[in-house]
Design a protein around this ligand. Structure first.
Ligand SMILES: Nc1ncnc2c1ncn2[C@@H]1O[C@H](COP(=O)(O)OP(=O)(O)OP(=O)(O)O)[C@@H](O)[C@H]1O
Length: 276
């Protein structure tokens, strides 16, 4: 039998029920902020959660999760992910810390994504969230060539510029046959702490309209909140306030919807086949 040349198709990761990518098209719209807060929210809701920082060129997950120590290499050469706020975390930023930019060619990038999926001891996970880099490129292709994705979430601010790139991200997921679970609007509006009036900074509602145009679920909006930024900069995601806190109700609502949709697609949920 011929060996060594068989094309390797995507293979699911044993023990990992759902893999959900979070993308945006445009950079700086809060994709990583959403990823860390959703990971924490899902963990607080009782799910087993992993977070893979696939933003190879600008890995911000370690800072935002407050976990910067080098992960342990196990005797079998596999990597043990760091545990932060109940979430298993892996990032290039943990392996090559500091401010040096990582210069990489395509094949190396593909290799890193594969390693992060297959050589990290994720164990049993309900959800592995993958924080994608901005743009519509190589990382997604490496990802879909390596593992079957349950679906993707697209984050956008309501500005036309951000939405234009979000549409490209939607098109890209379509091209690689990844189902989009829905769109989230970040930095939707700002509530003035003094007069309590809503200030419409990026033209609220744009992401919801785009979702309707594409016949996709709108998962909700997250407002511009200095506490969210502070949480990111201090490694204490605001979602740690818990499911009962009104200030982070938006994160929990989005997290619950993603969980439901992902489990409905994969059929992997403890109670999905329950007969009542
Ligand atoms: N809803 C929000 N309220 C306040 N600040 C926010 C909010 N969302 C994101 N930010 C802040 O905006 C900045 C950019 O966010 P973030 O790094 O999450 O974006 P990104 O889309 O992942 O960027 P990139 O993909 O280019 O790395 C961060 O400083 C973050 O704390």
């Amino acid at each position: 039998m011929a060996h060594g040349h068989a094309p390797q198709g995507p293979a699911s990761l044993p023990g990992v029920a759902n893999i959900v990518a979070i993308g945006s098209g445009k950079g700086g719209v809060g994709k990583t902020t959403l990823s860390v807060n959703l990971a924490v929210a899902l963990a607080q809701l009782g799910y087993k959660v992993g977070l893979l920082d696939a933003d190879i060129y600008g890995p911000n997950v370690p800072l935002m999760m407050g976990s910067t120590r080098q992960p342990k290499v196990l005797p079998n050469n596999n990597i043990e992910p760091n545990l932060a706020h109940g979430v298993k975390v892996i990032s290039v930023g943990l392996i090559s810390p500091g401010d040096k930019p990582l210069v990489m060619r395509g094949p190396m990038l593909h290799q890193i994504i594969r390693q992060f999926l297959q050589q990290v001891e994720w164990g049993e996970l309900d959800f592995l969230l993958v924080d994608l880099p901005p743009g519509t490129g190589d990382v997604v292709i490496s990802l879909v060539q390596t593992v079957p994705l349950t679906g993707a979430v697209v984050v956008s601010t309501p500005s036309d510029v951000s939405l234009q790139d979000a549409r490209k991200a939607l098109e890209m997921f379509h091209q690689v046959n990844v189902e989009v679970l829905g769109i989230v609007e970040n930095m939707s509006h700002f509530t003035c702490p003094h007069c309590h009036q809503e200030i419409d900074i990026f033209s609220k509602g744009g992401a919801e309209r785009t979702a309707a145009q594409f016949n996709l679920p709108f998962l909700g909006s997250v407002e511009l909140d200095p506490e969210i930024r502070r949480g990111g900069d201090t490694g204490m995601p605001l979602a740690l306030a818990g499911p009962e806190s009104p200030r982070v109700a938006h994160f929990y609502s989005v997290a619950r919807q993603i969980a439901e949709r992902a489990m409905a697609i994969s059929g992997k949920a403890e109670n999905i086949f329950e007969i009542s």
